[in-house]
Design a protein around this ligand. Structure first.
Ligand code: ATP
Ligand code: MG
Ligand code: MG
Length: 367
């Protein structure tokens, strides 16, 4: 048994704790307030308290992990300096929280990625457009999620609008990748270097937000799965990564192209809670506590995950469907907010189609 401190107290922390309790672990959270999704799952060390809450967390925790790539590196270094290990380590965080560093690392490791240039002024952007061309995407180098902090350029004339739209701050211009599908792979590395890999899954987004994951992705050539695993092996070894690592990929006519990575459990891995032998959450806890990693085998070839965005709506209808599992995060409704998800474990392609048809009210209209 370990006291595990989680930096952040959102739904990922909540699901990590839910997976860790059966293994006898205890959880505490370093969060903003006592009404976050993780609040009832362990002690909350909130920033609101008068006392130095980070010191209190450091005193209590034996191992620390985090639920966001935007975690402050200085906080992680302070915890480590106090003798409490943080997994994944600072390298994983350092590269994942800056799109420029991340893509440079992909290049260094021969992992295909979009053409890119980091820019810090309008003039630099205009020069970069001459190299990268259009269509292209301008993204803030840090802090973006759910497609926020991005602008799509259709022609060089869009430079000024793009620079203003992202707030005139350091950014990365990426060549637009003409992809067939969006895929992701989740891998886990233990403290002893053991690695396990989940199958590639297909992700469908709407307005920058993940709406549907199909797991495993259909019609994946074994060589493509191997290539994805190979990229993960290189990344995790180079970063000395411990825990879950996620890589978002584009499937193109010439193979996989890496988009971004996250040093944490990921929305596209939520299907593993009921859909795989061992969930991504349990495997992350196993990895950081030095336990043997669990099987990543999917239970069927027709799993899916549907995000509940903005409003919880027709939950009772979902609860009536066999093979559908409801997960709510205890968050208040707000447009565009991730409030929960529905996992589908079906035993045939047809059964999954039926389930997804019944869950259509949770999906964006028109697919
Ligand atoms: P997340 O919520 O996954 O962290 P994010 O805000 O970090 O998202 P990205 O994943 O980089 O942003 O981009 C969001 C979406 O925009 C991608 O899932 C993809 O659909 C599209 N996109 C991003 N970069 C490119 C690109 N270079 N070419 C084509 N499409 C892209
Ligand atoms: Mg991202
Ligand atoms: Mg993304």
């Amino acid at each position: 048994t370990h006291n595990i401190g989680i930096l952040g107290a959102g739904q990922l922390g909540r699901m990590l704790a839910m997976a860790g309790y059966p293994l006898g672990q205890k959880f505490g959270f370093y969060g903003f307030s006592k009404d976050e999704p993780s609040a009832l799952l362990g002690h909350m060390f909130t920033h609101e308290d008068e006392t130095d809450t980070l010191e209190a967390l450091i005193d209590w925790a034996e191992i620390v992990t985090y639920e966001s790539e935007n975690t402050d590196l200085a906080v992680v270094r302070r915890i480590e300096a106090a003798g409490v290990p943080v997994y994944p380590g600072p390298d994983s965080l350092y590269y994942s929280q800056h799109r420029g560093r991340e893509k440079s690392l992909f290049r260094e490791l021969d992992i295909p990625t979009a053409s890119f240039e980091v820019v810090d002024s309008l003039e630099a952007l205009q020069r970069a457009i001459k190299v990268i061309g259009t269509p292209s995407i301008l993204k803030t180098t840090t802090e973006g999620y759910d497609g926020k902090g991005q602008y799509r350029l259709q022609s060089p004339a869009d430079a000024e609008a793009a620079w203003q739209a992202i707030g005139e701050r350091e950014a990365i211009l990426e060549g637009f990748v003409a992809f067939r599908r969006e895929l992701s792979i989740i891998a886990v590395r233990g403290k002893d270097g053991e690695m396990v890999f989940y199958p590639l899954v297909e992700n469908q987004h709407h307005k920058g937000i993940l709406r549907l994951t199909l797991a495993p992705a259909e019609a994946i050539d074994p060589a493509i799965q191997q290539a994805a695993q190979d990229y993960m092996r290189r990344l995790m070894t180079r970063l000395d990564h411990v825990g879950v690592l996620t890589l978002e990929l584009f499937e193109t006519d010439v193979g996989l192209v890496a988009n971004e990575m996250a040093p944490r459990v990921h929305n596209s891995g939520h299907w593993t809670i009921e859909g795989a032998q061992t969930s991504q959450f349990e495997n992350h806890i196993r990895a950081i506590t030095g336990l043997p990693l669990g099987s990543t085998q999917p239970l069927t070839s027709w799993c899916a995950m549907v995000n509940i965005i903005g409003e919880t709506g027709h939950i009772k209808d979902a609860l009536r469907l066999p093979g559908v599992h409801v997960h709510l995060y205890d968050k208040t409704e707000r447009p565009g907010r991730k409030l929960g998800h529905l996992n589908v474990v079906a035993h045939s392609a047809w059964a999954r189609e039926q389930a997804l048809a019944a869950l259509a009210p949770f999906l964006p209209a028109g697919g």
